[in-house]
Design a protein around this ligand. Structure first.
Ligand code: PAF
Length: 273
């Protein structure tokens, strides 16, 4: 596996690739969720490039940029074992200059839900993803459905800026008890981890209500709010796949989203219905 730290090296490496290129951008501290994206890319492409970069522009002041888990030695091993061809691990200076053109997320869809609670977060995500897509020029790029709004905004960017990469959405990976995998789960104490299960429990309850025929979004949200009451709820929302708010569930076109703080840890989860 080739390990690269500068954008020039990455461009040169990309020029040597023949056939399809799969790309998996990450912020490291890799878990089974990331590994599932990497495996899918390795299975579907001639070459797989993974990036590990804790992107400072997507963290707000006061967020966990400095504390964000970093375990680079383990990450390298994981990528090697998963069959990654090239691992890009740039420093901040290798990605950003002092004079950056502003990349702004769409004014509505980039500033509701996650974007409302983390204003500017998606500007930073789109900025770094655009840079990484330009450097890797992938045939396919792999993103988890756990960050559903991020996935939507990236798909939207690719479509509206006429990029040629195919964005491949990948299913959420969960622990046996339902907890969605996240690099931030390491922040949870055993007691908090127990409470964190309420996110997936509330989504399971919502799914059960829908299976039983409920279509009223407000009624579903009320039940979810009850289940989530021991957490500090940030939002419970039901949207269509383009992130328009729904009053009625539309089967095969709905995402149920939840964000809540457990202790000081902010968690998100969602269910595609
Ligand atoms: O989802 C993430 O880990 C990050 O937001 C991404 C897409 C790697 C951009 O920094």
């Amino acid at each position: 596996m080739k390990q690269i730290t500068t954008s020039q090296e990455l461009r040169s490496y990309r020029d040597t690739c023949t056939g399809s290129v799969g790309f998996v951008p990450t912020m490291g501290a890799l878990h089974e969720g990331h590994i599932s994206l990497v495996k899918k890319s390795v299975a579907e492409n001639d070459t797989t490039i993974v990036s590990i970069f804790v992107n400072p522009t997507q963290f707000l002041p006061g967020e966990d940029l400095d504390a964000y888990p970093r375990k680079i030695a383990a990450d390298i091993k994981i990528c090697e074992l998963a069959g990654v061809d090239c691992l890009f691990m740039p420093t901040t200076d290798a990605v950003y200059t002092r004079e950056e053109p502003a990349i702004c997320a769409p004014k509505i869809k980039g500033y509701i839900l996650e974007g409302y609670h983390r204003p500017g977060h998606f500007d930073g995500v789109l900025q770094v993803v655009l840079k990484l897509l330009n450097l890797t020029r992938p045939t396919r790029a792999y993103f988890g459905k756990k960050d559903a709004q991020q996935l939507y905004l990236i798909q939207n960017m690719v479509r509206t800026l006429f990029l040629t990469t195919e964005i491949v959405p990948c299913d959420i990976v969960r622990e046996k008890d339902g907890l969605a995998l996240s690099s931030r789960n390491v922040y949870l104490s055993p007691e908090e981890r127990e409470r964190a299960l309420l996110l997936s429990k509330s989504l399971k309850r919502a799914t059960k209500m829908i299976i039983e025929g409920e279509r009223d979004a407000e009624k579903i949200k009320t039940q979810m709010r009850k289940i989530l009451s021991p957490t500090a709820i940030e939002y419970i929302e039901i949207v269509d796949r383009d992130f328009n708010r729904l009053d009625e569930i539309e089967i095969d076109n709905t995402i149920i989203l939840v964000a809540a703080k457990v202790g000081t840890t902010r968690l998100i989860d969602n269910m595609w219905v």
